[in-house]
Design a protein around this ligand. Structure first.
Ligand code: ZN
Length: 338
């Protein structure tokens, strides 16, 4: 019980990409880049295991960004002519590619690094994909003219990809949907239906990660504007609890999410964020243990997976792995004395 895991991305080594930035440029090209991405993936899995993480992720070492990494393997998207678009309801501007034709995968997008991650541990391993709603919110549309139609088209491609990941031996496929906390009406109308379409027919563990974003300034400012209680999950969780998705990953460390909302996820595995991805120092094991104990009032220990709040891509490697060591040490404390 209390198996530890991570939300998704991890910092890349400086020989692979420029450190401590989002959309970091690669430092290799061609065959050397692919080799470096596979090596970094195996290393990320091993470093997570060495930090005591029970269910490591691929660390998203082979993609420049958690959304655009998948899109780079899809036909019908123009990456040459990016446009500036306000994303997450205009919280911040991003340079995004444009959908200019019917969407189709060019082939397996993430198989290479999924195989590398699979080979790096005999234990369980998870792999993250962007969810359809978050993709739609991180790309400009010049073709479909309808967000829902485009989301369903992406869901079909994600489903093809997820089935391949499952066949490679990935134990958990997680879809990342930070947009769920922004468009809470649309989530119920088409966000969750698109998510379920992406996960359809999977026999491995399925998960959805819903969060308040990376530890970048725009997100920290947004959180300050959300008031004394963050109630976004309150609308989404009852619907996710009824759905076929097996696990829900959320943000609990240093967040203003009322902890009783965890009780809305009865019957699901809950990945409880115990690590703040916006702070400059590692949590102590005792702080992690305190977050786990708060969550245990609402989630039985066999369904509770101590986790990070969000991805850690823009962080220093040293800090990220120190935080993961604190996460596993905190879980060990609670196992010893609940
Ligand atoms: Zn997140």
């Amino acid at each position: 019980m209390l198996l530890t895991t991570v939300a998704g991305s991890l910092p890349k080594p400086s020989w692979l990409a420029t450190p401590q930035m989002l959309w970091a440029p690669w430092r290799q090209t061609g065959a050397a880049l692919a080799e470096a991405q596979a090596d970094a993936t195996m290393l990320a899995v091993r470093l997570q295991r060495m930090a005591g993480i029970d269910i490591p992720s691929d660390g998203e070492q082979a993609r420049q960004h958690f959304v655009h990494g998948f899109l780079a393997g899809v036909d019908g998207i123009d990456f040459e002519n990016k446009v500036t678009m306000g994303i997450r309801n205009n919280r911040y501007d991003a340079q995004v590619p444009q959908v200019i034709g019917a969407l189709r995968r060019k082939g397996p997008v993430h198989s290479m690094e999924a195989r590398a991650a699979r080979a790096a541990t005999k234990g369980k391993v998870k792999f993250t994909l962007p969810g359809p709603m978050t993709i739609v919110d991180t790309i400009a549309d010049r073709h479909y003219g309808d967000r829902v139609k485009m989301a369903m088209a992406f869901a079909d491609l994600l489903n093809e990809e997820a089935r391949e990941l499952e066949a490679i031996g990935i134990d958990t496929v997680q879809f990342d949907e930070p947009a769920f906390n922004v468009f809470t009406d649309e989530v119920l109308d088409w966000g969750i239906p698109a998510l379920l379409r992406a996960a359809k027919g999977l026999e491995c563990t399925t998960a959805v990660h819903v969060c308040y974003g990376y530890g970048i300034k725009a997100n920290i400012d947004w959180k300050k504007s959300l008031g004394s209680e963050w109630r976004q999950y309150e609308r989404i969780f009852p619907e996710l609890a009824k759905s076929a998705i097996g696990q829900v990953s959320l943000e609990c460390a240093n967040s203003k999410v009322p902890i009783e909302f965890l009780g809305l996820l009865k019957g699901k595995d809950v990945l409880v964020g115990c690590i703040d991805v916006a702070s400059e120092s590692a949590e102590t094991p005792e702080e992690v243990a305190a977050t786990i104990r708060r969550a245990m009032k609402y989630v039985p220990p066999e369904r509770l997976f101590p986790c990070t709040n969000c991805g850690m891509a823009p962080m220093s490697r040293e800090l990220a792995y120190a935080k993961l060591a604190a996460l596993s040490a905190g879980a060990a404390l609670v196992r010893k004395s609940p």
